[in-house]
Design a protein around this ligand. Structure first.
Ligand SMILES: CCC/C=C/C=C/C(=O)SCCNC(=O)CCNC(=O)[C@H](O)C(C)(C)COP(=O)(O)OP(=O)(O)OC[C@H]1O[C@@H](n2cnc3c(N)ncnc32)[C@H](O)[C@@H]1OP(=O)(O)O
Length: 301
């Protein structure tokens, strides 16, 4: 009886950490579609194709929930992010911008209005930072348009790819905003050019795939969306076959080191690895490297 209860509890725990199982059992996403094309590889698609995947309020918060859930889903080791339909995304849904304006319409006092807006801006920032905070690498695969909040979104990913029809546009100044959900902070560090980043952000000019490649915004340009998705899933699969301890530690260290001095980064990884080098993954990976057997089975993490 006890053994049966333990089994049932274990099964419940296992399924509660498996996003795909929970999705198929009903707790679905309305603005995202999620699939598992390969073992341990998740594919998240922005899924409002009729609206050019404009990011409406539900999509903002589903992005957060999805990447937080995948962060702790032991069946997920890498994530591909793409857009369903004709374009990757046309940026924030204009209705979400209008909703923000309506939030302050009932208030007369500037301090109360500011407080309301601060809460909204911070919560929207958290939605996209969820990609960076996610323990698993996120590979963004961009086709056609990637506008406004789309650039904020992909800037929080680990790796970016695009197809040759891709167009990137930091469009916020055109709608009267200083971008406030990540582009201004992350883009200069990705492309290593304050000058180009400021040009793109002040002018809202369109940047095409070739330039995105040459400035380092994307790692590779593909001939078509289909070719890109196939290849990016292969990269995600390669990552998913590595030790999850090693990959998650690498992401954590690279995100930390981007924002700290070399010495602080070294200290951070030394603290991390004084624990993680004790993992069974090290022994498994090292002994496989010395042998013919390259098919290592790493435990879930
Ligand atoms: C605190 C949070 C701060 C976040 C800030 C974020 C800021 C930004 O993201 S700034 C950028 C905002 N986006 C835009 O300004 C783009 C607006 N869209 C367009 O200019 C055109 O749609 C576009 C040039 C992208 C494409 O034009 P095209 O003629 O090819 O297609 P459309 O018929 O215009 O669009 C197709 C359907 O998609 C709907 N749609 C497109 N973009 C948006 C959007 N941003 N919000 C809501 N809906 C959008 C469009 O209405 C069409 O739908 P339907 O009318 O039902 O056919």
């Amino acid at each position: 009886m006890l053994a049966q209860s333990i089994k049932t509890a274990a099964a419940a725990t296992a399924s509660s950490t498996n996003l795909f199982l929970r999705m198929s059992s009903g707790s679905a996403y309305k603005t995202l579609s999620i699939s598992v094309p390969k073992e341990f590889v998740y594919h998240v698609k922005l899924n409002r194709p009729d609206k050019y995947n404009a990011i409406n309020k539900p999509m903002w918060f589903e992005i957060k929930r999805c990447f937080e859930e995948l962060s702790d889903d032991e069946n997920c080791r890498s994530i591909v992010l793409s857009g369903e339909g004709k374009v990757f995304t046309a940026g924030i849904d204009i209705s979400a911008l209008m909703e923000m304006a309506s939030l302050i319409s009932g208030e007369n006092d500037v301090a109360r209005k500011a407080k309301n807006l601060l809460n909204v801006i911070r919560s929207f920032q958290d939605c996209l930072s969820a990609l960076e905070l996610c323990k698993k690498p996120v590979l963004a695969a961009v086709h056609s348009l990637c506008i406004g909040a789309g650039v904020d979104l992909i800037s929080a990913a680990d790796i970016r790819y695009c197809s040759k029809d891709a167009v990137f546009q930091v469009k916020e100044v055109d709608v009267g905003l200083a971008a406030d959900v990540g582009t201004l902070q992350r883009l200069p560090k990705i492309i290593h050019s304050e000058s180009l980043a400021r040009e793109l952000c002040y002018t809202a000019r369109k940047m095409l795939a070739d330039e995105a490649l040459s400035c380092g915004l994307v790692s590779r340009v593909f001939g078509s969306k289909d070719e890109m998705i196939d290849d990016v899933i292969k990269v995600a699969e390669t990552i998913a076959k590595k030790s999850p301890v090693a990959v998650q530690g690498t992401k954590r260290s690279m995100v930390f080191s981007r924002d700290h001095s070399v010495q602080e980064g070294l200290e951070h990884i030394a603290m991390w690895n004084q624990i993680m080098l004790q993992s069974e993954d090290l022994v498994k990976a090292a002994s496989s490297a010395m042998s013919e057997d390259k098919d290592i089975v790493f435990s879930k993490l």
